[in-house]
Design a protein around this ligand. Structure first.
Ligand code: ZN
Length: 629
């Protein structure tokens, strides 16, 4: 949303404002500092002036407050030799001048009444000009100086040449499927209203930057054939307190007149950050709070019978949003717009590659394979980079070699700022995730392994293994918890087995495994050494359910030590089990890892048939079971 909609006149007005300021400054300096523009008088140090006075070389001097201008006694030269110097605080000066026979006087007061008047007039004029400049910038000019609050939402009306459809959005099929319903609401609201259904008002598009959330919102409007208002959250919060709230009101007034329509708010987190603050601090931003309150009021305002206005909002930080925004009747639907998988990337590449001239030998599937973690915008950039390379090398078409070079360039740039994996990292992530899956398959206490993916997802994970509980569970047995811990450690164990080294990628796994083991000992009383005692005090969650972690009961040093040993024992035992399983199924680990490196996501029947071949290393688990017992 970096392009602001400036009315056509505002640019020329801006230029004239700047000219006005510049000419004002010129006049100002010319009047008050005329010496800037006059023939320069040579400047000498004060000490030299004094020397010349003492030597009796100075004929006359004009002593001003800021400078002393003096003329030398010179018989030969026709031109008088005039110098100036900056005075220092010197009470002896008149005496000295007198003693050396210098004719001297105070500098005459400058006769610049005109300058004095301008001195009073010009600074306010400059101020007014600057003021006008900011007003025309922040209000969009056309509505005049006082309409600061007019919303600057861009309007995309149906039939516009910028009309976007779902065909132009690829790689986010799940999001598309969910938004198709919204299109339906907008096209035939009567059908839903007749039956008494409440049409959703707010849909939150959640996903990392560059995944095409704005494009997606435009496509919903395009598909439904309704006007599209778009504004960025950061534009609401501006210069003046209260302006943001007024802007929200104005935006919704405009939208209601054009209903049914879509209002798209980009960067919702700029206004919608939790008022209590993510860390429990009370946020002190009045302006943001007022804007947010106004937004909530507007969204609650249009009731079922009213005009159909659907608000789509985008954010890449859903966790910081104020819970009030997510309540029913507001942004109660969330659609994940995530980075595309292999097939999605290929489709996106096809869309963008259609706009450049491709060589016949270009294999877009191969390009897609080499770009895990790229979002839609990154892929668009990649195609453009390849085209630039081809043009630079005077080629008629874009070749595969151009793509390969472009990938290297783009990856080097992206690795720094976001999650793009290079081949080596991708390899490690693949074995890591298959490690989780294999241990999970052999020790099914944590549920059935349903999906393995090495497409970086969301903000946290480089890859993930999804386990589905086989049924709704409220009670877990000790052995199931042990299975879970082993599965969590499967990723790290796989790195050890395959690469004989470990990476930082497993830190979250270790954290969760250790937490769970600690709870087994201190909360669930599952340790035989420590007995069925709860070593944690009761839950002290606040009413929102955000636990702050339970404090430990006061325990003796020996007990604390015993707890630590038990926790360590559980985790180490699970780690050994995971290692045993992976060593036992080494070939299968290799096979699945190679497979997933090729397709990136394995799920369903195919995954099941692979994991069914995993075997349990009988003797080791028995042994470790007895060690623990
Ligand atoms: Zn892991």
């Amino acid at each position: 949303m970096s392009v602001k909609n400036k009315p056509p006149g505002s640019r020329s007005r801006l230029i004239s404002n700047i000219l006005f300021i510049v000419s004002g400054l010129f006049l100002f300096t010319n009047l008050f500092f005329p010496q800037l523009y006059a023939e320069p008088t040579p400047q000498v140090p004060y000490s030299m002036f004094i020397d010349q006075v003492e030597d009796g070389n100075v004929a006359r001097a004009s002593v001003g407050q800021n400078e002393i201008v003096y003329e030398l006694k010179n018989q030969n030269a026709e031109q008088p030799q005039i110098y100036k110097t900056n005075p220092i605080f010197d009470l002896e000066l008149p005496k000295r001048l007198e003693a050396n026979g210098v004719e001297f006087a105070a500098a005459p007061p400058q006769n610049n009444w005109f300058g004095n008047i301008l001195g009073w007039v010009i600074p306010p004029l400059i101020f007014v000009a600057i003021w006008q400049f900011f007003i025309s910038r922040s209000a969009g000019g056309a509505q005049g100086a006082l309409s600061l609050t007019k919303s600057r939402a861009k309007v995309y009306v149906e039939g516009d040449s910028t009309k976007v459809t779902f065909n132009e959005v690829a790689g986010v099929e799940e999001a598309k499927a969910e938004l198709t319903e919204i299109v339906d609401f907008l096209k035939t609201p009567e059908r839903y209203k007749a039956i008494g259904a409440r049409i959703p008002k707010g849909v939150l598009l959640v996903g990392p930057p560059g995944t095409g959330k704005t494009l997606m919102a435009k496509a919903v409007a395009g598909e439904a054939g309704v006007p599209f208002f778009s504004i960025s959250g950061s534009e609401f919060v501006e210069l003046f307190v209260g302006a943001g709230a007024a802007r929200v009101r104005d935006l919704f007034d405009q939208a209601k007149q054009k209903a049914p329509c879509i209002v798209f708010i980009d960067e919702l987190d700029a206004i919608g950050q939790s008022r209590s603050g993510a860390n429990g601090f009370v946020g002190g931003n009045d302006e943001r709070e007022q804007t947010l309150n106004q937004l909530l009021t507007e969204m609650d305002g249009f009731a079922a019978g009213d005009a159909t206005v659907i608000v789509l909002a985008a954010t890449n930080r859903p966790e910081v949003l104020d819970p009030a925004l997510l309540r029913p009747g507001r942004f109660d639907r969330q659609v994940l717009v995530d980075r595309p998988d292999l097939a999605g990337r290929q489709k996106i590449l096809e869309i963008y590659a259609a706009k450049v001239r491709l060589d016949v030998e270009v294999n877009l599937k191969q390009v897609a394979t080499r770009t895990p973690g790229f979002a839609g915008a990154d892929l668009a950039n990649l195609v453009n980079e390849a085209a630039l390379l081809a043009a630079r090398n005077n080629r008629e078409t874009v070749t595969q070699a151009d793509f390969n070079e472009a990938i290297e360039r783009v990856v080097a740039g992206l690795e720094k700022k976001s999650r793009v994996l290079n081949d080596k990292e991708k390899n490690i992530v693949a074995y890591h995730e298959v490690g989780h899956a294999l241990v999970g398959a052999v020790m099914p206490g944590g549920g059935r392994v349903a999906k393995i993916s090495i497409v970086p997802r969301g903000m946290a994970a480089l890859g993930y293994t999804l386990q589905m509980p086989t049924e709704d569970r409220f009670l877990m047995s000790e052995s199931e918890l042990r299975d879970q811990i082993a599965t969590m450690l499967g990723g790290r164990a796989a790195e050890e087995v395959v690469f004989n080294s470990i990476t930082t990628g497993a830190s979250n796994d270790l954290q969760r495994a250790t937490d769970l083991a600690e709870r087994m000992v201190t909360t669930y009383g599952m340790s035989e050494v420590l007995g069925p005692l709860a070593y944690e005090k009761g839950a002290q969650n606040n009413f929102l359910g955000q636990g702050m972690g339970n404090p430990r009961r006061m325990v003796s040093d020996e007990t604390a030590k015993a707890i630590d040993e038990e926790v360590k024992g559980i985790v180490e035992n699970a780690h050994q089990q995971a290692l045993d399983i992976l060593n036992h199924n080494r070939d299968l680990l290799e096979q699945i890892a190679q497979e997933i490196l090729e397709v990136e996501v394995i799920e369903g029947e195919k995954l099941q048939s692979l994991l069914d071949r995993a075997e349990k290393p009988q003797q080791h688990t028995e042994e470790s079971e007895t060690v623990l017992a």
